[in-house]
Ligand binder design. Sequence first.
Ligand SMILES: *Cc1c(COP(=O)(O)O)cnc(C)c1O
Length: 402
Amino acid sequence: MTQDFSGFSESDPLHIETLAIRTGQLRTSEGSHGEPIFTTSSFVFESAAQAAARFAGTEPGFIYSRFSNPTVNAFEQRLAALEGAERCVATASGMAAILSTIMALLQSGDEIICSRSVFGTTNVLLEKYLKKFGVVTRFVALTDSAQWQAAITPKTKLLFLETPSNPLCEVADIPQLAQLAHANNALLVVDNCFCTPALQRPLEMGADIVLHSATKFLDGQGRCIGGAVCGSKVLMDEVYGFLRSAGPTLSPFNAWVFLKGLETLSLRMQAHSANALRLADWLEQHPAVEKVYYCGLPTHPQHLLARKQQDAFGGVLSFLVKGGREQAWQVIDSTKILSITANLGDTKSTITHPATTTHGRLSDADKAQAGITENLVRVAVGLEHINDLKRDLARGLDRLRG
Ligand SMILES: *Cc1c(COP(=O)(O)O)cnc(C)c1O
């Protein structure tokens, strides 16, 4: 049983906070207020004829949970509403979202242009695995439109990026890159993990596909792994077709966790952003800090662009301490509240040294090109009180100064 929202007109749609709570509501015949978890691998039919009709696709309905499941569907509908997508397809992880998109839409000989500053495993997937099947990726600098333009060939099928980027918080011009993609019969794919639809809706700006690691801010409390792909019905039907055959589907339990996560998403993203901006301001004033990378700071080179395409600046920032690896590690090791872990998008703040963890695999030359220096520290700002976070970081930073 789902709720009927007809009567709210197209010209005056429901707000994102409401959609995040009310879309995809799922109630049992008993009238459960909370969405139930359908822990079932398969669904029964009333007759052989109904089974045949379901398999033939002439009658809608559930068949098997690798294909679809009511709890998973509820999550898909809710996220689609937030991203303004015709359809969303949930996946077992963020990486499965990326893999499924590429497997469904590309073939051997096609080319991808990808921002150099994407999630490390995305790089591995493209360079090590997809390359084996003849899909070639060219890497470019996220904010240099001339490089994107120069990398286009008649074989280009996808432009792929994350914005803001990790860990330097660079911001890509989504409408401009969408235009470039479309002028060349290619699709623009945006990994919207850092902003989430609560702060940025790439489809409204011309992107064709938005994908997510739901593991991060959509869950928001570091509980489970999942992902999603959103876009037009035509494209998502293809992605769904791959997923149904290859099998990296989302579990109903994880879908339920993400459904609940979405209900508080707007509130959390505003709070993460407010905490991160205060922390960035404070770090910028600290004498042991050489530079802060956060697109919410007026000193950030793409600050105006970030203001234009985002509703706030997100929860991830990084900074350079004065010194090198030893000083960066000292600041990290002096914290008692922040968790030393590479994960992000959690209520718990985390701190990491990109050069030796998330970006440790890169060659020295690639690190230098990507701006991943030994004195760089990344903080994914959680929802603890800002003064406690400052106190925790001050312990190590004050010692450096002295
Ligand atoms: C974590 C992450 C991924 C991968 O997601 P998983 O859920 O870990 O598979 C992809 N993109 C970005 C930006 C991420 O932060």
